[in-house]
Design a binder for this molecule. Structure first.
Ligand SMILES: [Zn+2]
Ligand SMILES: [Zn+2]
Length: 320
């Protein structure tokens, strides 16, 4: 596959380079060599931060195929964040089993090698936040070198409904946002995934005016933790067809200076980087000037204009 020449981060020796924080100078990145030397560079760098593997039993395509789409779309890197193994059979039908974790590591290492010098493939994880499982997560997340850990409150799973559903959709929404704030306060996660997912679960009872004060209270708590939140483009394909979270909530996040990571939540290769330009436009409209991604669990901030530059030269027509 022909890798777009724009933003060719790896053209100057990918093995020794990794992007680091901006040095403050406009239009200039500093890339730090593993030797500790720094090199100025004008190319922008942007990654897909949320993607899956067939190990979760509801995604298709090998990581190599996801990397190929990342390259097509002008992305420099792909972070695989499949659903984490959980104990006791917890929603086992939508995640890898604990004994499959080594397979996950090997799968990503293989794709990383195949795409070396073209797409920077890294291992992350989408970890379920569910009260009582904090010690499990703590151990899991410290046992391997993840680059990006998404924390997810998944209200659609049976275990969640069993514990929290009491026939009142609005209360269920309130519970979701409380748990979202609680997940941030654990300090376990880099980014809170699809942070208004509950709207699709309770679509008929979804009224943003009614729930907004609960959301603001949750965002106040989240902002204090410093955790990032995701703008997830897969929401466009769900019942309430808009990204997660919705624009007004993004505006409230911006008011609290909560950093945003864009993720396509790709469960098929073709969705890698899907609607990223639209996501960047939405962020701009909500007052954001930069967008973030994580490597080595450290946040990197990229000016939106530069992220757009990477994608606009390469992204094919939207698929959905
Ligand atoms: Zn999934
Ligand atoms: Zn996901």
């Amino acid at each position: 596959m022909q890798v777009p020449s724009v933003c060719s981060l790896f053209g100057i020796g990918e093995t020794c380079l990794r992007p680091v924080f901006y040095n403050g100078a406009k239009n200039q990145h500093v890339l730090e060599a593993s030797t500790g030397a720094t090199l100025p560079m004008s190319a922008a760098v942007f990654y897909e931060s949320h993607s899956h593997t067939p190990l979760c039993k509801h995604a298709t395509g090998e990581p190599e195929e996801y990397a190929a789409v990342a390259a097509q779309r002008g992305l420099h890197g792909l972070i695989i964040t499949c659903h984490n193994p959980m104990p006791d059979g917890f929603s086992a039908h939508v995640r890898m089993a604990p004994e499959q974790f080594d397979e996950y590591v090997d799968m990503i290492a293989r794709a990383r090698e195949t795409w070396a010098g073209r797409v920077d493939v890294r291992m992350g994880l989408e970890a379920d936040y569910f009260e009582g499982y904090e010690p499990w997560l703590e151990k899991q997340l410290s046992s391997s070198d993840f680059h990006h850990v998404l924390g997810s409150v998944h209200p659609q799973i049976a275990e969640f409904k069993e514990r929290y559903w009491n026939d009142d959709a609005f209360e269920f929404q309130q519970t979701y946002f409380k748990l979202l704030a609680q997940s941030a306060e654990t300090g376990l996660f880099d980014t809170l995934a699809h942070p208004d997912l509950i709207k699709n679960q309770t679509a008929d009872a979804w009224c943003t005016d009614k729930i907004m004060s609960d959301i603001k209270r949750a965002l106040d708590r989240i902002a204090r933790t410093g955790v990032a939140m995701e703008l997830n483009t897969s929401g466009l394909n769900k019942k309430i067809a808009e990204m997660n979270p919705f624009p007004e909530m993004l505006g409230e996040m911006r008011a609290r200076q909560i950093p945003v990571v864009i993720g396509a939540d790709a469960h098929v290769p073709e969705r890698v980087g899907d609607r990223y330009l639209d996501a960047l436009d939405l962020l701009s409209r909500c007052g954001y000037e930069s967008v973030s991604f994580f490597l080595e669990r450290q946040r990197r901030d990229v000016p939106i204009s530069e992220a757009r530059e990477c994608l606009s030269a390469a992204e094919p027509a939207p698929t959905s």
